[in-house]
Structures are given as structure tokens and as C-alpha cells.
Design a protein around this ligand. Structure first.
Ligand SMILES: O=C(O)CCC(=O)C(=O)O
Ligand SMILES: [Fe+2]
Length: 443
């Protein structure tokens, strides 16, 4: 008997023919496993992505009729490690002995890497071998030292990761999947922001040393009477440093202002957030903060492509010489009476060394006249700019000598709106292309 067991390997057609049903107390055979409580033909409720909306419907806990061994050597093979070594056959045909009967993944087969995976429905039999493959990846590849940085965070963050991977989501929805289902997609390295989002060596900085001052001087020349210099660097030796800050009145038309306000309303203004803590994947949390009470909308998609928006963006591009590709999408702002944004800096520390580089300039647009209050105040410059429809306020976040370094003197605040409402828009211009890395979740 002993010798017979050893020759007869699991999956060997000669001893485990497909129709073999040996020593089990039901009429189930291998083929029936393909149709596992297939009461729902529609897989569309398995959704992943940015929305938290989990459409997975809990199925009734029911007796799993396929939870059987279909060969009398199943228990023996399982003891020999065949569930791991030969999952293609074993996880289909020896489910009882391989302990794959529970809806949840048994320990050692994936539950160590985040959420235990839900394996059921008509795709279940295809998922078992996938699970074994993932297990192998995690236990043989990810244990290598080169994964030290990412191992702890390489987890399936949803119980449907394996299923999604199976239906091709690692390829079709990579921004979400490669990070949130990294074991299932076998992409643990992608957890590391710098691995996932390397700085493109061909991407040039738009400003080198000295270019910032040159830009402001050119604007003053070209825009003439509409420009007001609010602050500029001293020319005398030894004088205390002051940065550039200018306004350009009538920078955009009433029509452009009204269009942006309307588009913001159409997109829906939502409570503004601050850049919060860094998350496991190197991106930042959006933090609701008591020091910023305005609402905003991001001018993407139809708002971005709107003719009048494009006209505005073209003007900013022409003014600064910074291509629109380097700009974040306009952030449309709405302040009700009593709302504000307390002192802060627009420079985001971690952006230096990232594909888009730091924010170098803020081009702020005032979209309406405010009855009272709502000025933009620079405490270090003893300067307050009042809102005026069509007015642009431009200031740097970085230093002329090194446009990757923060200029601390341009911290600022949006003072309380005291009467009426304030509408505005931020254009944050980066040292390098912003829109390209933004598409792949790399900003
Ligand atoms: O509303 C303002 O005047 C300035 C807003 C601002 O500084 C910001 O949104 O970063
Ligand atoms: Fe700001």
C-alpha cells in the first residue's frame, strides 16, 4: 500500500482520472466544481477602485456541496504537501483535505498578507491556484532583503483582491490595484513611492537659478499699467531679503471669472482639506482642518477643457512662461462669510525629489468682488491684497537662487470673509511636469 501511494502522484491521470469519484459519500465529481452555487451570473458587483462602495453582496451561508475529496488518496497527498506543490489539481479535487472549504482563506494560504480572500462563486476553482501562486510569491520572493522596505505594507487591502486580479484588474486599474492588492498582483515593490514614481531624468526643471527674478522683471515690463509691485527683492547690498509679489488687474475677463464660478458649482464645492500625513504608499492624506474652512472643487475634465478655462490657463502660461503641463488643475475656492484659511505655506516639503518637483509659484485668481474682508495676507511682508474680480496675485514659493528650496517668507493666509462671499482659484505651478505623473497617481 505504501509503495502504491508514492507512485501515484496527485493529478496523475493514471490514478486520478477526471471522472474518478472514490470513497466519497456524494455524487459530486470534479466537473461539478466548475458550477459553484452559481446563482448570480453577473460579476459586475465585484467592483474595486477609489470608491469605497463595496457592492459585494453577502451570500447566504450555505452548505458547500463541493467541499469534498474526489480521490481516496487526497488526505495522503495533502499530508505530503501536494496542496501547495500541485495546487492546480489538488485545490480542485481534494478540497476537503486541503482545507479549502471555508469561505475565508485558511492560514498560510494568503491570510497572512492582509485581508483573507473571499473565494467563492463560479470563479472559485480558478482562484485556488492563484492563491497558491500568490503564497509562493510572498514566501519565496518577498522574503528577499530587497523587499525589506515594503514587506510590512504589502497586503491585500480588500477580500476581493485575488478575484479582481483574476479578472484582469491589475492591468486595467493599476493605480488602485498595484498598491491595494499588491500580493495578488505580485507588485510589492510598487508600494515604494520612489520605485513606482521615479523622477524622469529627461524631464527638465522649468526654472534654474536666477530665472524667478527674470520672470518677474519681464512681467513688470510687459504688463505695464495693470501690474502692481507689492514686494520685490532689495537692490542694495545687505538689505533684508523680501520676495517678489505682484498683482495684475483685469488679468481675466468677467466672463472667465463667472464661468469658473459656475463650473465650480457644477462640479460641487466641498470642504477644503490640507495636505496631511504621508500614507503607506507615499501619498498624503487629505486632512480636514480647523484652520481651513473654505470649500473647493478641482477644475478637471469638462471644467479643464472648457473654452474659457483654457483661455485663462493660456494667460497664466503666457504670463509666467511655465507650461500648463506643470500646473495643477485649478483649485476653485468658495468662502462663505466667516470662512478663512489660516497662515500656511503652499510649498509641499516632499514634492522636492518627486516627479513634479515642488510648487514654485502660486497664481491666485480673485473671481469676484467681496463686500468686506477676505483679503490675502502675508504676515512676514506686512502685506494684504484685497479681492477684486479678474485680479491675479502672483508670488513664489521658492528661492531665486535655488528654485527647489522653500522661500519661508511667502507664508500667507486668507482672512475671514466678513460680508458677502469670496470666490477664487489657485493655480499651483511646479518645477516640472505635473499632469503626466498625476495621471498615474504619482503626485
Ligand atoms: O484665498 C486666498 O486668498 C488664498 C488661498 C490660499 O492661500 C490657498 O488656498 O492656498
Ligand atoms: Fe495658500
Amino acid at each position: 500500500e505504501e509503495t502504491e501511494d508514492q507512485v501515484c502522484k496527485a493529478g496523475d491521470e493514471t490514478c486520478a482520472p477526471q471522472e474518478a469519484v472514490v470513497d466519497v459519500d456524494s455524487s459530486v465529481n470534479v466537473n461539478s466544481i466548475e458550477i459553484d452555487n452559481g446563482d448570480d451570473d453577473d460579476d459586475s458587483y465585484y467592483e474595486d477602485g477609489d470608491d469605497d462602495d463595496d457592492h459585494y453582496e453577502e451570500e447566504e451561508e450555505e452548505e458547500d456541496s463541493d467541499c469534498v475529496d474526489t480521490h481516496n488518496l487526497c488526505a495522503f497527498w495533502a499530508k505530503e504537501g501536494e496542496c501547495q506543490n500541485n495546487p492546480g489539481y489538488m485545490l480542485k479535487s481534494c478540497r476537503k483535505s486541503c482545507n479549502t472549504c471555508n469561505v475565508k482563506v485558511p492560514a498560510g494560504l494568503g491570510s497572512g498578507y492582509g485581508e483573507p480572500q473571499k473565494i467563492e462563486g463560479k470563479e472559485a476553482t480558478n482562484l485556488w491556484p492563484r492563491l497558491a501562486k500568490m503564497d509562493k510569491y510572498m514566501s519565496e520572493e518577498v522574503i528577499k532583503p530587497e523587499y525589506d522596505k515594503v514587506r510590512a505594507e504589502c497586503k491585500n487591502r480588500n477580500e476581493l483582491c485575488l478575484f479582481w486580479a483574476h479578472i484582469g484588474e491589475c492591468e486595467n486599474n493599476p493605480n488602485f490595484m498595484l498598491i491595494n492588492c499588491a500580493p495578488a498582483c505580485e507588485t510589492c515593490k510598487n508600494i515604494d513611492f520612489n520605485y513606482r514614481c521615479p523622477v524622469d531624468p529627461d524631464e527638465k526643471d522649468v526654472f534654474g537659478p536666477g530665472d524667478l527674478h527674470k520672470m518677474f522683471e519681464r512681467i513688470v515690463d510687459e504688463y505695464g499699467d495693470n501690474v502692481t509691485i507689492l514686494s520685490k527683492p532689495p537692490t542694495e547690498e545687505g538689505a533684508e531679503f523680501t520676495p517678489w509679489a505682484i498683482t495684475v488687474d483685469n488679468f481675466i475677463s468677467d466672463e472667465e471669472c463667472e464661468s469658473l464660478i459656475e463650473l465650480g458649482g457644477f462640479l460641487g464645492y466641498e470642504r477644503s482639506t490640507d495636505v496631511g500625513k504621508m500614507k503607506f504608499d507615499g501619498t498624503h492624506e487629505a486632512k480636514k482642518s480647523s484652520t481651513r474652512t473654505s470649500e473647493n472643487a478641482w477644475c478637471t475634465d469638462e471644467c479643464f477643457s472648457h473654452e474659457l478655462t483654457q483661455k485663462t490657463l493660456g494667460k497664466i502660461e503666457k504670463l509666467t512662461g511655465v507650461p500648463d503641463a506643470n500646473s495643477e488643475y485649478l483649485q476653485l475656492l468658495k468662502y462663505e462669510k466667516g470662512q478663512f484659511y489660516r497662515v500656511h505655506h503652499d510649498y509641499i516639503e516632499n514634492d522636492d525629489g518627486r516627479p513634479q518637483g515642488p510648487r514654485i509659484l502660486t497664481a491666485f485668481l480673485y473671481l469676484n468682488d467681496v463686500e468686506k474682508g477676505g483679503g490675502t495676507n502675508f504676515p512676514d511682508l506686512d502685506l494684504t491684497v484685497m479681492p477684486k474680480k479678474g485680479r491675479l496675485l502672483l508670488w513664489p514659493s521658492v528661492l531665486n537662487e535655488d528654485p527647489s528650496k522653500k522661500d519661508f517668507t511667502t507664508r500667507h493666509q486668507a482672512l475671514d470673509v466678513e460680508e458677502g462671499r469670496k470666490y477664487g482659484a489657485n493655480a499651483w505651478l511646479h518645477l516640472r511636469n505635473f499632469k503626466k505623473p498625476h495621471e498615474t497617481g504619482c503626485t
